[in-house]
Design a binder for this molecule. Structure first.
Ligand SMILES: *Cc1c(COP(=O)(O)O)cnc(C)c1O
Length: 221
């Protein structure tokens, strides 16, 4: 028996394919980020062995502890920072992360531009939009998104790949995904990081190109 056929990764990938086809989309346009926050390296290795390359972490320090060794063994790994980033952790973050999903304010844009210049690194950048305008959550407000995207490009010389959001947990997610997609479209951005274990089917229907799934792959945290 081929155990990989029944692995959580394989099951999720078949579900993603089905939801993509139902939405009239190409399954290969939807990239799965396996969110491994709080998950120990031993439990991540089977996913790497299965050939999975995209992983997400929320904390710079946790990633610094787990990923340098894993990346050495699995050099195709692409690590995504999906949690908030403090400006004074930018250097550390770019040391381990390939993609940042939480760019949300001018001071961070400035710190990233400076470190990109100094290090010669070219992380892919997503701007986080606080679609629910929740005070405790990161992200630029939807009203200020256009202006911030423009400032990132022209004032800080950053290349922005796309937008990211985390809808309020007690609201239907679809209006938030639709809003993110609308902001992306009018700003010429093609990548949308949206959808988690509980709402990725809706995110796929509304155009997600990166979904961030933890619990459905690794179990409850
Ligand atoms: C933890 C987290 C996820 C994964 O959430 P699950 O519900 O476990 O799939 C996705 N995105 C962000 C920003 C997260 O913090």
């Amino acid at each position: 028996m081929n155990t990989s056929l029944s692995s959580p990764l394989h099951t999720l990938q078949s579900d993603i394919t089905r939801y993509a086809l139902d939405a009239g989309r190409k399954p290969q346009d939807i990239h799965l980020i396996a969110v491994s926050k709080t998950v120990a390296a031993e439990r991540i290795i089977p996913f790497l062995e299965e050939g999975h390359c995209l992983f997400g972490e929320n904390y710079v320090q946790e990633a610094q502890g787990k990923w340098p060794a894993l990346k050495e063994t699995y050099p195709d790994t692409q690590l995504h920072l999906i949690g908030p980033l403090q400006s004074n952790k930018v250097k550390a973050a770019l040391g381990v992360f390939d993609v940042i999903h939480s760019l949300d304010r001018p001071s961070l844009a400035k710190a990233l531009a400076k470190e990109i210049e100094a290090s010669g690194k070219s992380p892919r950048l997503f701007i986080q939009v606080n679609t629910g305008e929740e005070p405790q959550k990161g992200g630029v407000s939807p009203m200020q998104a256009d202006e911030f995207i423009k400032a990132c490009r022209s004032d800080y010389g950053l290349t922005i790949k796309g937008l990211m959001c985390v809808p309020p947990f007690d609201e239907p997610p679809s209006p938030h995904f639709a809003l993110l997609s609308q902001i992306a479209r009018r700003n010429g951005l093609n990548e949308l990081s949206m959808g988690m274990s509980g709402d990725y089917p809706q995110a796929i229907r509304l155009g997600a190109t990166y979904i961030r799934v933890g619990t459905a792959l690794f179990g409850a945290r």
